[in-house]
Design a protein around this ligand. Sequence first.
Ligand SMILES: NC(=O)c1ccc[n+]([C@@H]2O[C@H](COP(=O)([O-])OP(=O)(O)OC[C@H]3O[C@@H](n4cnc5c(N)ncnc54)[C@H](O)[C@@H]3O)[C@@H](O)[C@H]2O)c1
Ligand SMILES: O=c1ccn([C@@H]2O[C@H](COP(=O)(O)OP(=O)(O)O[C@H]3O[C@H](CO)[C@H](O)[C@H](O)[C@H]3O)[C@@H](O)[C@H]2O)c(=O)[nH]1
Length: 347
Amino acid sequence: MAILITGGAGYIGSHTCVELLSAGYEIIVLDNFSNSKPESLNRVKELTGKDFMFYEVDLLDRIGLEGVFQNHSIDAVIHFAGLKAVGESVSIPLHYYHNNITGTLILCDVMKKYGVKDLVFSSSATVYGMPERMPISEDFPLSATNPYGRTKLMIEEILRDLYVADNSWSIALLRYFNPIGAHESGRIGEDPNGIPNNLMPFITQVAVGKLKELQVFGSDYPTVDGSGVRDYIHVVDLALGHLKALERVVSSTGVDAFNLGTGTGYSVLEMVADFEKASGRKVPYKIVDRRPGDVAVCYADPFKAKNELGWTAERGIEDMCKDSWRWQEKNPNGFETKVLIDKNNKY
Ligand SMILES: NC(=O)c1ccc[n+]([C@@H]2O[C@H](COP(=O)([O-])OP(=O)(O)OC[C@H]3O[C@@H](n4cnc5c(N)ncnc54)[C@H](O)[C@@H]3O)[C@@H](O)[C@H]2O)c1
Ligand SMILES: O=c1ccn([C@@H]2O[C@H](COP(=O)(O)OP(=O)(O)O[C@H]3O[C@H](CO)[C@H](O)[C@H](O)[C@H]3O)[C@@H](O)[C@H]2O)c(=O)[nH]1
């Protein structure tokens, strides 16, 4: 079976490519490298010993995208491509709406034209807005608190409308909780641009000495120690969730949402302690004010994914911390390989 992976050079996409290739799927990867590096795909090849086709194409480039569908007989699409930084989405909302929503509209239209109607979409737990209770199940009310979250919510609704209009589509909306960790080889992992927004890459960059100290956003939440609680999930477990969702979309029709989380929450201070234990490094931190827009606690009810997809997260917090650290320690500059320049400025 041939699967098109949009955004396949990114953090979750590259780990999913490894699992798909290892399971024997043929993959075709598309990315515009707006938030990733070609080196991640070289390493996917290295890790699996398998080759695949890659296209440097932007989803907004309809002609380029059609070229991919003309060259390959695609059976299904896993759609990761999108911009994901919450703060940036508040500053440049039009760019986020255009990239994420128009990109998805063009993708679906081209899929329709080429008779490909099986789709796995990267949604997010952010579509639950400020939930009133925990754990969060898929039937909770949906809302968004920033433009990024609204793109996910709008795309979910667009995909539901698409199914209503043509019920031969088969779509899985995967609502990820907080992906962390890396492939256990330490060859691929998360490589954020600039100062990380998310907790784990910030912690690893403090531990490796690139950043001075972690700022813990808030110590007065109604949680075990006052810091925010989240459902951290190992990126390899998340990747494996996509294989299960893929099996479902290719064998049925409908549109359905699934939480991909572990069902267990950890506080920021617990994460710091677990990371220090797993890495043997100190993570200096200071407590600062709450970050605007953050919820106190967020964790999944993962029952539906277990029941209907046969998927459960298996890797625990120790593996998540160890693997995040191995990746950071072996690749202090992410995928940027050192380039030696001689005195004549020649490579
Ligand atoms: N990482 C998280 O915490 C998280 C949580 C929930 C949902 N998600 C969603 O999962 C998906 C993957 O996330 P990730 O963490 O791997 O992010 P990522 O930025 O590492 O990967 C996304 C990839 O999509 C590519 N891309 C973006 N716009 C594109 C376009 N117009 N055309 C072609 N390629 C494009 C980027 O270059 C990048 O390689 C995203 O849709 C994201 O919103 C991520
Ligand atoms: O430097 C930091 C960064 C984060 N945190 C805290 O660590 C926890 C996790 O924060 P992240 O930024 O890593 O993750 P969020 O849960 O805030 O958000 C992430 O997960 C959401 C889904 O649950 C959405 O997908 C969102 O886009 C994505 O960034 C929060 O309590 C946050 O306040 C800190 O204390 N210091």
